[in-house]
Ligand binder design. Sequence first.
Ligand code: C5P
Length: 413
Amino acid sequence: MSQSLQNRNVVLGVTGGIAAYKSADLVRRLRDAGAEVRVVMTPAACEFVTPLTFQAVSGNPVHTSLLDEQAEAAMGHIELARWADVVLVAPATADFLAKLAQGRADDLLSTLCLATRAPLLVAPAMNSVMWENRATQDNVALLVRRGVRMLGPGVGDQACAETGYGRMLEPLELVEEVSRGFGPRVLDGVTVMITAGPTREHLDPVRFISNRSSGQMGYAMAAAARTAGADVLLVSGPVRLAVPEGVEYESVESAVEMHDAVMARIADVDIFIGVAAVADYRPVRPKPRKIKKDEARLDVSLERNPDILRDVASRPNGPFTVGFAAETHDLEANALDKLQRKRLDMIAANLVARGGLQDAVGFDASENALEVFWPGGQLSLERGPKTILAKQLVELIARQYRGQHPVRPRAVS
Ligand code: C5P
């Protein structure tokens, strides 16, 4: 089975029709195709199949009510609506189509359909006379005009002993239809490792040397790479940010720990992006006990940390390597020097001077502006939210990476 839905988030809405029994198999087929599936059931659907069945086949808790505090605390309906790359309602009853056409939001599934920006696909299943009814047909026409994709219904024998249009499409046909809506993504099948955040270099058990990095840019890069189809491993220093959905995460504290975590997995990585603000030095002898203020003067001796980025870039057959450079002056000269010296494939540089315009960008800010350089090229990414810049940068990285590693057409046997 092809992994046509690899890393895709599918919200499957199940409404109360007899075809709901087939939706359990549909969940399995979607997962076989690589999708992550979360099931939302209407109360009527729970009369046909139990939530437990869907929990078992999806591997995730099932959402049944808008007012379930526990479920909302774990993943609220708005979060679920954002999480979805696609919402598929299968089976969709005549009643549900009517509700959707009216834009109602009186239960979890209808609310979610209103609250999502993801494409909405519905697989109607009902008695053929109900399907042909003018009211249903008007609702369907309205929904199609609004951009809802109708999958089926198919024609044939029905559970209610009618023959005609009204059968839900078979699970495999539905998977095929869902996959068709997605074109290939720029980083499908690519493994990306990203370092993010600051490191902490301990002086004693309670004190450390660190920097102002908030981790926002690295986390935004991880989310953007994941959305672009990559398998992402995020190695992060201490930050106060939620790990993006679907991203594998390893938490570290010091530069040496970050170096070890990176090197342990680097052999399987296609693209390495060093966003972390790694401390260049660490105390030579961190004290095992809290340092007391006995002396008038305290000298701390520091030694160099390993340069993670340089070590990754210098590996034979190493990954495509991207560095970041936070500079207070001579941005271009410093960035180009780093690109060559560390033998990088690309470098994204930004100014971090305090005061004036620059105060609001760069470190510990939600906005940034980047100058990107690679051997033989350069591009300015204008000031904007880090999430937008990350998306643009990931596209640029993918383009350069694909230039070196074109996707081979699949062999035909
Ligand atoms: O040389 P400089 O520290 O300015 O280079 C910044 C780039 O190098 C960033 O991509 C940062 O993540 C990486 N770096 C590293 N290990 C270090 C220092 C910097 O990976 N010890």
